[in-house]
Write a protein that binds this ligand. Structure first.
Ligand code: ACM
Ligand code: ZN
Length: 528
């Protein structure tokens, strides 16, 4: 009887899933007539070499959480009734080919990254009916590779902290959607969360604020009276753990240390870093603050270079993000040391002082073998040719940077700010900062808009940002990023093959995986 049930179930599954539905859209995805693969407790994952077993073990855990059993991972030859995983050096590193038949599932990838992506596609094909401990995978031929090399998401853990486990969950979301960069925003006015051995007060003092504004910072004078942030920073071991966790899921972690603006927490820890030298406290409201790092003092550069030296030692990524956004010039205008710096270096104004600041930091980072990324304001006063520009605010900024020949990552707020509302009916939504970025808008982001073929070569990819002023819980993180992250993934991975109505159809399947994982996702696109 039980057997009959499961056979019926597989039959129904195969009828309902006549078309294989994967997000982001694979380059090639063709149904074949090889039958249905019955994925059950006896299915094994057979990897060709030890290098591939880590990704297979992660996949085993992921399907185990949903199907109720973990397939065994074995190193050895391909076999029937197995998922066979191997390398094919003729493919690009993130590329993979997957053939599913009733006999076996055969995966080859250009590297462990490619095979891991294939397994994430397979996850989307193995969604069981409720209570069943097996799933049916339709026979299919998939050949797939990403369009853009850089597909990222930023998480701001300064405004509201996220624990290591929560950061890992965020990384799980990225890897499910085949994103490959986790941009970790570690320092800001309201909290410094990056451990620095040489300057312990950065975390001891700078991680904490006296209280937090209630309601929208734009018009609120109410504070909650509750100290926030005691112990809310990472240890270096925890950061190493996150980097390793991400690497196992094909994700690189790029740290961001903000300068010269968004520095209130650092100034609270070491007041000599500011032009006035005293009277600072970690910010308790959101916004842009006039107190920034003093660009006139050598001691500012000494501290920042020592901080960056530790960051560079800790993070293996080739890039360090040095912020650069939203730096008011009011203090520099009245600071004798900043004015002296302008004069001594024949700079025209404070905008060129900002450029001096960023170029000097860039030289240091380059001297340690790494490259900088900065928000688009690093264009102010002239940018060096080797900096990568992260465009976010002015629609033209990324285009300007591309025309200068700088490498560019597009993260335009109009399309890629996931702290914005998902509906125009704001009253029906969880409280957010403002704006309106529905899934359909994320889907329309075009990193190549207005660029000729030469300029397009400078675009390395795109990113969405999750600023956390109004996002205090992980539940709300999930709501703000899902399913917008799927649209971002499709814009980044499947840029040349996007089709919104087809995407909406495929999302009906991915949604089942969100449900099975218990994610709190926004439902708007499923009600249209
Ligand atoms: C930014 O949103 N200030 C980069
Ligand atoms: Zn100064």
């Amino acid at each position: 009887m039980k057997l009959l049930f499961s056979i019926c179930g597989l039959l129904v599954a195969s009828l309902l899933q006549a078309q294989v539905m994967i997000v982001p859209k694979p380059a090639e995805c063709r149904s074949t007539d090889g039958g249905v693969f019955d994925f059950g407790a006896s299915t094994a994952l057979r990897v060709e070499c030890a290098e591939l077993s880590r990704g297979a073990a992660i996949f085993a855990g992921q399907v185990g959480a949903i199907l109720g059993f973990e397939p065994a991972v074995k190193i050895g030859k391909a076999a029937r009734k197995s998922v066979n995983i191997a390398l094919d050096p003729s493919l690009k590193p993130e590329e993979y080919i997957m053939d599913v038949t009733g006999r076996s599932i055969d995966i080859v990838g250009g590297s462990a990254k490619g095979t891991f992506h294939a397994l994430q596609s397979l996850r989307q094909m193995l969604i069981p009916f409720k209570g069943m401990k097996r799933a049916a995978a339709q026979s299919v031929h998939v050949k797939d590779a990403p369009f853009f090399a850089y597909r990222g998401m930023m998480l701001d853990v300064c405004r509201h902290f996220r624990t290591v486990d929560e950061v890992k969950e965020f990384i799980d979301l990225l890897s499910l959607h085949k994103l490959n960069v986790f941009h970790w925003h570690l320092t800001d006015d309201q909290g410094w969360r990056m451990p620095v051995d040489r300057y312990p007060l950065l975390t001891q003092v700078g991680s904490q604020r006296a209280e937090t504004v209630v309601g929208h910072a734009r018009d609120s004078k109410t504070y909650d009276g509750k100290p926030y942030g005691k112990g809310f920073y990472y240890t270096k071991d925890q950061i190493r753990e996150v980097i390793a966790y991400a690497a196992a899921r094909n994700i690189e972690v790029i740290p961001e240390v903000e300068m010269p603006g968004h520095a209130m927490a650092a100034l609270a820890a070491y007041p000599w870093l500011g032009c006035r030298g005293e009277g600072y406290r970690t910010a308790t409201t959101w916004g842009i603050f006039d107190d920034v790092f003093c660009a006139g003092k050598e001691s500012t550069f000494e501290l920042l270079e020592n901080v960056l030296a530790e960051v560079i030692e800790l993070f293996p990524a080739k890039y360090v993000h040095i912020g650069g956004d939203e730096c008011p010039k009011a203090r520099w205008k009245e600071c004798p040391l900043c004015q002296k710096r302008i004069k001594d270096n024949n700079l025209a104004d404070e905008h060129q002082l900002q450029s001096y600041f960023i170029r000097r930091i860039e030289k240091f980072v380059n001297s340690r073998g790494k490259s900088i990324i900065g928000w688009e304001e690093i264009l102010e006063g002239g940018v060096s040719g080797t900096a990568t520009v992260m465009a976010w605010k002015r629609p033209q900024a990324g285009i300007e940077a591309a025309k200068l020949g700088n490498s560019v990552i597009m993260a335009p707020s109009k399309f890629c700010y996931f702290d914005y509302y998902q509906s125009e009916n704001q009253a029906a939504e969880p409280f957010a900062i403002g704006g309106f970025v529905p899934v359909s808008k994320v889907y329309q982001v075009d990193p190549y808009a207005e660029l000729n073929s030469e300029e397009r070569k400078t675009i390395i990819g795109l990113q969405a940002n999750l600023w956390m002023e109004y996002i205090p819980t992980m539940d709300k993180v999930e709501y703000m990023v899902l399913p917008r992250m799927a649209a971002l993934a499709e814009s980044g991975w499947s840029y040349d093959r996007r089709d919104y109505s087809d995407f909406l159809t495929r999302m009906q399947n991915l949604r089942k995986l969100y449900d099975a994982c218990g994610y709190n996702y926004a439902k708007h696109i499923f009600q249209e």
